[in-house]
Design a protein around this ligand. Structure first.
Ligand code: UDP
Length: 238
């Protein structure tokens, strides 16, 4: 018999790029379907799940600012991109039979619910998957920081950071095959060695609120369920 899940409630952080699959831009329905299946397996284990999605597959504020836009406006465009991704994931999750709610930090009540902390908790208690859209709702932040913020507000047992590789390495393992992989790191290790896993404000927020960060590869089928049981390959930051 397989082991019970390690956490009762988790927040999963997906990057926008993780939704692109083989594409250079936008959304890959096959990838969305695969991610939805991973999430439904974990939900079936009895784990309460909430999700924060990035928007980098559609728009990044920094890129908009570099091409001459006002940074705050460009960031609002980035936040709207996360709403597009949230609705796409909602649709993919509902196809697998799950009940979901999208809650946006920027109110847009004809499209989804506004973010209300106690409502989000209640949705999860009722077995719904909650997707937090529009990041923190503020420019000059990232969805990594939004993930750490919502993780703290939701009182999750861990923040599961999905990446393209199976944990944190000393350098990008796709470019440096001899890079070292870490099983375990402290928040301070990540900050002092400037390891590229989440931005510094997200790491600091997780550290202050003692939220472990589990870094894993979402592209390998079954990896999320494995990691939830404390099995397989991942890096834990605590
Ligand atoms: N963003 C923002 N405030 C937030 C979260 C996101 O302004 O609280 C904007 C920012 O422009 C960012 C974009 O939304 O570049 C997309 O988010 P992010 O870059 O974090 O996406 P990811 O890299 O995870 O795909």
């Amino acid at each position: 018999m397989s082991a019970a899940p390690t956490y009762r409630r988790v927040l999963i952080k997906l990057s926008g790029e993780g939704l692109m699959g083989e594409r250079e831009y936008g959304l890959d329905p096959k990838m969305l379907g695969a991610i939805a299946r991973e999430i439904s397996t974990v939900h079936a284990m009895g784990v309460e799940v909430c999700i924060v999605i990035g928007g980098g597959n559609i728009f990044r504020g920094v890129a908009g600012a570099a091409s001459g836009m006002e940074r705050a406006s460009a960031d609002y465009m980035g936040m709207l991109a996360t709403v597009i991704n949230s609705l796409a994931l909602q649709s993919a999750l509902e196809k697998t039979g799950l009940h979901t709610r999208v809650l946006s930090a920027i109110p847009m009540t004809t499209v989804c619910e506004p973010y209300i902390r106690r409502r989000a908790v209640r949705h999860m208690e009722k077995g719904r998957i909650v997707i937090f859209a529009a990041g923190t709702g503020n420019p000059f932040f990232t969805t990594d920081t939004a993930a750490a913020l919502r993780a703290a507000e939701m009182g999750v047992g861990a923040m599961m950071k999905a990446t393209q590789v199976d944990g944190v390495y000393s350098a990008d393992p796709l470019k440096h095959p001899d890079a070292e992989r870490y099983d375990r790191l402290t928040y301070m290790d990540v900050l002092s060695r400037d390891l590229q896993v989440m931005d510094a404000s997200a790491i600091s927020l997780a550290r202050e609120n003692r939220i472990p960060i589990v870094v894993f590869d979402l592209h390998r089928a079954g990896s999320l369920a494995e990691v939830m049981r404390g099995e397989g390959t991942f890096t834990i930051i605590s």
